[in-house]
Design a binder for this molecule. Structure first.
Ligand code: NAP
Length: 277
């Protein structure tokens, strides 16, 4: 879906995540006049304006007054204050899309009142258009607004909608925090490659290109990842030895436990950051 050219989008916060999404939207053909953004400091508003070619300023109230879609892109710790201060200025019928990690819709409803709110969990590869986001929309969102929220996130990658808000914590474990797991795995491979006699730069290039290639191969293939793995694991071959070693070391349990810990922490953070009355 493309966003209607008459929709007005206001980003509250113009940092890394907001800039990635705005660049994605402009690349998709949204006009710079459709989008504005705010920051807390004049210097950063000026810098974001220059970087993005859109109007950036520090007046949150003016920014939301005529916005059809408000994207909340400040740090989670600032969201409560921002929401409370904006409550009276939001145009009736507007959609609020939050990209802030860990803040539940129920908290935002408490701060903003009963309005259409969509909550997303993007990840860092959004910065290069390869993000993977989860999206939950509250019951006030119309079908069109859900599509709009999705279209905004798809400007920087793929977006998976979830039916229950709690599933966003699982999204945090599967994609939100997951770039770090792959970095850790690559780090371990690079260290091992060096111990096996390769120069570190060579080990780095080979490990990262292999991660990129394996992901692209799996995405372009109808076979599931387990089958792709079996197909590169010949009996009595080299890969089999490595896979057996991973299995013997309990890799699957390790991954599950790590992701359960991540999900638990996501829920705890939402309790800490939100309003749970
Ligand atoms: N970065 C990621 O990959 C990523 C991934 C998932 C989720 N997120 C979520 O995205 C949100 C933003 O993260 P980020 O990495 O983009 O942070 P960031 O780079 O620090 O940007 C925060 C922005 O918010 C602005 N801001 C602060 N207080 C404000 C206020 N009262 N009114 C208007 N703007 C205000 C800041 O302006 P000044 O610089 O002038 O203070 C800055 O432009 C966070 O909630 C985070 O959880 C980010």
């Amino acid at each position: 879906m493309t966003l209607h050219p008459e929709l007005k989008l206001s980003f509250i916060g113009a940092g890394n995540m907001a800039q990635a999404i705005i660049k994605g939207l402009l690349k998709q053909g949204l006009s710079p006049e459709q989008i504005s953004a705010t920051t807390s400091r004049e210097e950063s508003a000026q810098a974001a304006s220059t970087e993005l070619g859109i109007h950036c300023h520090c007046d949150n109230h003016a920014a939301v007054a005529d916005a059809d879609i408000i994207v909340l892109a400040v740090k989670p710790q600032k969201l409560e204050d921002v929401c409370q201060s904006l409550k009276a200025s939001i145009k009736p019928g507007a959609l609020v899309l939050s990209v802030a990690a860990g803040i539940r819709c129920s908290s935002m409803e408490h701060w903003l009142g009963s309005i259409a709110i969509a909550r997303s969990m993007p990840n860092t590869p959004s910065a290069i258009g390869l993000g993977a986001s989860g999206l939950y929309s509250n019951s006030q969102c119309s079908t069109e607004q859900k599509q709009q929220a999705r279209a905004i996130l798809e400007a920087v990658g793929i977006c998976a909608e979830v039916e229950q808000e709690q599933q966003i914590d699982a999204v945090t474990a599967v994609s939100g925090s997951a770039p770090a797991y792959f970095f850790l795995f690559a780090e371990a491979m690079i260290d091992a490659g060096e111990k096996l006699g390769l120069n570190r730069d060579v080990a780095t290039q080979l490990a990262l290109q292999t991660a990129h290639g394996a992901a692209a191969l799996a995405q372009s293939n109808e076979l599931d990842v387990a089958e792709l793995r079996r197909r590169v694991t010949s009996p009595k071959g080299t890969t089999e030895q490595a896979i057996l070693s991973f299995e013997k070391g309990g890799l699957r349990d390790l991954v599950e436990n790590a992701m359960r810990a991540c999900t638990r922490r996501a829920a705890e953070l939402s309790d800490e950051l939100g309003n749970n009355s």
